[in-house]
Design a binder for this molecule. Structure first.
Ligand SMILES: [Zn+2]
Length: 512
């Protein structure tokens, strides 16, 4: 029953995608559900009964740990071989795979495929023009460039490697209805070695603002990453996604492994297959392969206000910010201080950012800083005058100095717990009453057992409410020892609900 539901869901989505984007999805997809009896009754002979997740056309096969070859010391190869199956089928064809209980690119065995164990499957040669292949290879190299991964086009042979087959159609492996498929170790989500993944290139066309090559790049980036333990993710700008467009129907461009926590799932959020609710594709690949090339920062060009102009409040800054990866965020720094920031929007290159009215009058060096999601940033500056240049700090904001007509704050130095009189003096940019009217550098927090405050501090608010990190209220009774007047370490006995008594080292800084 469960299996049937999954298949129906995948069909519904597939036909929707066909309607909207002219996606090639085999019309025989239903055959898999109807004719899959041996698969259900004898799963050992076929694929994992968990099968393709809902959504189905870029699936993974949940495979046990035993279905992967292990390498000495758990080392995972950094080579991905893109195999276009030149000359297949035919003599010398390098795309004949044997259905097996393991995945091994060096011996052409795969856990995947709708045939009996021991039978072979031949993938048909890549059918698109050479230019499409070249664009595809360039795209794969760009997508994997932040990691120490080699993308190669010749078979490394017995050298450990991953193999991304980019050719043929679903029927070549008797798995109708899929555009791509790969095995995933669904018990550990650990990276695996020598894994073969399939991207059925000959069933790909342009879709959702992507060229044919970019569409294949999306699929192959997803399938190859399943070998490294990545699950599906609910963000259309990451290759692990099933989503074709933004929620507004816009193109998501080339998908890159994103440096942010994204819900696991295909069409709705679900638990990740190996636990947790979210995944950061980028940090996982970084952990597996190590650092590659740091991507170039966005290009940034401030268009408004023009250099040496005069502004009156309220005013906004307009800048063109573009990056092949997309823009992560755009910041506006004035005389060295960040006054405004906006999140990047998929597909947008023109950004209009309002400058707060409380920016003091004077000469303003406005730096617009554009960053991608890997924190590669570039800046463009425009200098303007708002009102009159400052003559003294009297017209500046609290804590600012005036020099050369500019109001500015010195770079912050205040650590959490340090005295302060204004927030810009704090590294955390928050100077707040932490109890008893004392102002100190602190951080905002949500109350609860895991309030994320540093050691020696607790959140001032009840569970789930927003507060600030502060030292625990001082015990006035029996158990407080030591002095907190000079930054020394005091020991407080903390009695938690009468259940346990713990000794917690409290480090307090002088606040007065
Ligand atoms: Zn997938």
């Amino acid at each position: 029953m469960t299996r049937l539901v999954v298949v129906l869901k995948s069909l519904a989505l597939a036909s929707l995608a066909t309607m909207m984007f002219g996606l090639f999805v085999s019309s025989t997809a239903s055959a898999e559900g109807v004719g899959a009896e041996p698969w259900v009754t004898n799963p050992e002979l076929y694929d994992d009964p968990a099968g393709l997740p809902s959504g189905g056309d870029k699936g993974y096969i949940r495979a046990p740990e035993s279905a992967f070859v292990s390498a000495h010391g758990g080392i995972v190869s950094d080579i991905i071989y893109l195999n276009r199956c030149t000359g297949c089928p035919g003599t010398g064809c390098n795309c004949v795979f044997t259905k097996s209980s393991i995945n091994d690119a060096t011996s052409n065995q795969t856990y995947i495929g709708g045939v009996q164990q021991g039978q072979t499957m031949t993938i048909t040669e890549f059918s698109h023009p050479q230019a499409v292949w070249d664009e595809f290879v360039t795209c794969m190299r760009a997508v994997y460039s932040p990691y120490d991964v080699s993308i190669v086009e010749t078979d490394p042979g017995q050298t450990p490697h991953h193999e991304a087959v980019v050719a043929g159609r679903d029927v070549d492996i008797m798995r109708p209805g899929v555009l791509g498929v790969a095995p995933l170790d669904s018990s550990t989500c650990e990276p695996k070695n020598n894994v073969i993944s399939f991207t059925f290139a000959n069933a790909h066309g342009p879709t959702a603002g992507l060229t044919t090559a970019q569409h294949m790049c999306w699929t192959a980036a997803q399938e190859s990453a399943h070998a490294f333990g990545l699950d599906h993710a609910l963000d259309c700008s990451d290759p692990l996604t099933y989503l074709f467009t933004t929620s507004g129907g816009g193109s998501c461009g080339v998908r890159y492994y994103r440096n942010k926590l994204i819900d696991c799932g295909e069409d709705v959020a679900r638990d990740c297959v190996c636990g947790g609710r979210k995944q950061n594709s980028h940090t996982k690949l970084l952990a597996v392969h190590g650092q590659g090339t740091v991507p170039a920062p966005p290009t940034v060009d401030v268009t408004m206000p023009t250099n040496n102009s005069t502004v009156v409040e309220p005013f906004s800054v307009v800048a063109n910010v573009s990056d092949p990866r997309g823009v992560g965020r755009v910041e506006v720094l004035i005389n060295g201080w960040e006054w405004a920031q906006v999140e990047g929007v998929v597909g947008r290159t023109a950004y209009l950012i309002s400058v707060p009215n409380d920016v003091p009058d004077g000469i303003l060096d406005i730096d617009v800083r554009g960053c991608n999601d890997l924190d590669s940033c570039a800046t463009d500056r425009t200098t303007v005058t708002k009102g009159a240049p400052c003559a003294t700090a009297d017209t500046c904001a609290v804590g600012q100095r005036c020099e050369a007509g500019r109001c500015f704050w010195d770079p912050p130095t205040g650590q959490i717990g340090d005295d302060c009189t204004y927030s810009q003096a704090c590294l955390s940019n928050l100077c707040s009453d932490i109890g008893g009217g004392d102002l100190a550098c602190t951080e905002s927090c949500f109350g609860g057992p895991n309030d994320l405050c540093p050691d020696g501090f607790e959140c001032s608010a009840p569970t789930g409410q927003q507060g600030v990190c502060r030292p625990p209220p001082e015990e006035t009774g029996c158990c407080s020892t030591g002095s907190d007047r000079n930054g020394s370490t005091a020991l407080l006995v903390n009695v938690g609900l009468g259940l346990m008594v713990g000794l917690i080292a409290i480090r307090r800084r002088r606040r007065r």
